[in-house]
Design a protein around this ligand. Structure first.
Ligand code: G6P
Length: 611
């Protein structure tokens, strides 16, 4: 959580920092601040509220300087307030720091510094960092630039936890130091200027050349140079990577919100994720995976571990692996998996799904699985993200940047990629070739079928207008449809703040049906031909008790229901890619109807980089 941005060049830093922060706001948006170095020294302007509110903050109009750092906050330690906002300075006001992450031992460090007469203004964990830098700066035996670097590396050696940090010093008006450990940070290289950001899309309009820092790597940056060091002040070489994403991919491109844009981008996201990995007549190719039959034959268990929507993509694809590969699969929340000592050994294969590649729990879960001898595969959408540096293998979804907090195109791309991986395993294992050929053909038809679903939004919008004032909504489904019900329910609660629950249809009679009364909304997903009759009976049971129904189905239903959204037929295994879309659209229009901020729902952040 939290976004950080930096600029060092010839232009005024303020507008560039504010522009970058507004693009990073999806990472947290309860307070914002920037610091620059002016002729008179360090100047900090910060406040509670959104990045937009900075323009009304005292001191912003006169803020000058051609290098600066910025921060948009998702509060962890200390409530949102001007004092707790970043940047934080040391007692001497010579150093200013922005930080994304958590310093776990900040209380001990505070005590240590207090014993050396340092005082603290805020309740944050971050404020220890500039003061530690000041402490080590005073005791450093190094000279010139190395003295600044020595102070920052020594301070970082004291920190436990996760951090991406930018440091400015009034004594070094032409430089900035950045470092990361377990929190994201990228450096964009320009001509006579350099940019820093928590993610690539935020600065993609300025440069396409990026350095991706590894943990505990420090960069000493000037307008014209970027030098990399390890924590022992030894210089290291790093290659610059050219990113091929188009800058407009990170813009709204005429849509009122990112979420609506991203919902509509699903045909393209799926097309690009499929790429040349599958084709009708040849074997599946995943160049990033290098697994052979001998190894796959030893695997007796697959874990799919993830958080939020990514975990729901795991639930949706468990049956594909089990059916095509005949290996038992467990899907688990990373936050649970990492603390329960799961039974894992070299016969276990672990897949970790994460759009951002930065989710703290998912990364920790991967490290645990690796330490127990399992091979690990990361499924991520962000090139060079933290998880990709930890995993044995990384396979990318090619959904393009996903900015809205509520995930849409990443979810459907993850399902498609996992289905392709299951096919790939199944082909290597020489399992049921008829099923895999059928599935491949149906995957290739998905983009045009999604386009069809996206044409039918009016009916969904009208239903949203009918139910946007509801307090509770229920989602039901069986088998794979239940996994879609879970994701639909999450979408609704995330962006409309309506309480919703998802249940397997067969569980209704074991409790939830007691909550069904006149006019309660029950949303059903119904795509499995073999379970139609049973599912329809469950829907009728709630209708009898007065429920309003909204059904997403690809089946012919003989009964009349309030609202039936027809979607094209496809292979049951990948039906979630089509059946989720009406639920994404429904959640979107309910949120709009309520006048909420669809892209930045309260209390949430796109990337959960703390536990
Ligand atoms: C947050 C986001 C969700 C996302 C989840 C996992 O909760 O709001 O949209 O599904 O994190 O994120 P990841 O980047 O690991 O897929």
């Amino acid at each position: 959580m939290c976004g950080i941005v930096g600029y060092i060049g010839k232009k005024q830093a303020k507008p560039i920092l504010i522009n970058g922060l507004s693009r990073l706001e999806y990472r947290g948006y309860d307070s914002a601040g920037i610091a620059t170095i002016e002729k008179s020294g360090l100047k900090v302007v910060k406040n509670k509220g959104r990045v937009n509110d900075l323009s009304n903050t005292k001191g912003i109009n006169s803020l000058e300087g051609t290098l600066g750092i910025g921060h948009t906050r998702w509060a962890t330690h200390g409530k949102p307030s001007s004092t707790n906002s970043h940047p934080h300075s040391d007692n001497s006001k010579n150093f200013a720091v922005v930080h994304n992450g958590i310093i776990e031992n900040y209380s001990d460090l505070k005590e240590f510094l207090q014993a050396h007469d340092y005082t603290f203004l805020s309740e944050t964990d971050t404020e220890v960092i500039p003061n530690l830098i000041h402490f080590y700066f005073n005791s450093s035996k190094q000279k010139d630039n190395l003295r600044f670097l020595d102070a920052v590396t020594n301070a970082c050696k004291m920190l436990k936890g996760s951090y991406a940090i930018e440091v400015l010093s009034s004594m070094y008006p032409d430089n900035m130091i950045v470092v990361r450990k377990d929190s994201p940070l990228v450096i964009g290289k320009g001509i006579d200027e350099n940019y820093i950001s928590s993610d690539i899309p935020a600065i993609l309009s300025f440069t396409k050349d990026f350095y991706l820092l590894n943990d505990n790597e420090f960069a000493f940056i000037s307008r014209t140079s970027i030098d990399f060091y390890d924590s022992n002040l030894q210089k290291i070489n790093k290659a610059c990577q050219n990113i091929t994403w188009n800058a407009t991919a990170a813009e709204k491109d005429g849509y009122p919100d990112f979420m609506l844009k991203e919902i509509n981008e699903q045909p393209k996201a799926i097309r690009e994720t499929i790429g040349s990995r599958i084709s009708k007549d040849s074997k599946t190719i995943i160049p990033d995976l290098n697994l052979n039959k001998k190894y796959l034959n030893t695997i007796n268990k697959i874990y799919i571990v993830a958080c939020g929507t990514a975990m729901h993509a795991g639930f949706a694809t468990k049956p594909i692996f089990e059916n095509l590969c005949e290996i038992s699969v467990e899907v688990e929340a990373a936050s649970e998996f990492r603390y329960r000592n799961p039974i894992i050994n070299e016969k276990t294969l672990c897949l970790f799904i994460t759009q951002s590649g930065e989710t703290a729990d998912t990364i920790a879960a991967l490290k645990l699985a690796k330490s127990k001898g399992a091979k690990t595969i990361a499924i991520s959408n962000v090139i060079g993200s933290s998880i990709t540096r930890e995993a044995d293998y990384t396979v990318y979804t090619h959904a393009g940047p996903e900015i809205a907090v509520a995930s849409t195109k990443a979810y459907t791309s993850q399902i498609v990629l996992l289905a392709i991986i299951a096919i790939y395993f199944s082909e290597i294992l020489e399992k049921n070739s008829t099923k895999t050929i059928e599935l491949k053909n149906d995957i290739l038809l998905l983009p045009s079928k999604i386009e069809e679903v996206l044409k039918n939004t009016e009916q969904i919008k009208n239903f949203a207008q009918k139910i946007y004032k509801e307090k509770d909504v229920f989602f039901i489904g069986r088998g794979i449809d239940y996994s879609v019900a879970q994701e639909g329910s999450l979408k609704l609660k995330e962006i409309s703040y309506i309480h919703s629950e998802a249940y397997p249809s067969g569980e209704l009679k074991h409790g939830p049906i007691a909550l069904i009364e006149n006019d309660v909304t029950v949303i059903s997903v119904l795509t499995n031909r073999l379970l139609v009759e049973k599912s329809v009976s469950n829907i009728l049971e709630v209708v009898t008790r007065g429920a309003k129904t909204f059904i997403v189905t690809n089946q012919e239903l003989n009964q009349e229901f309030d609202e039936v959204i027809k979607i094209p037929k496809t292979n049951t295994f990948i039906s979630p890619v089509l059946s989720i879309i009406p639920l994404q659209i429904l959640a979107y229009y309910i949120s709009k109807e309520k006048g909420l901020d669809v892209d930045k729902p309260r209390n949430l952040a796109k990337s959960v980089t703390v536990e």
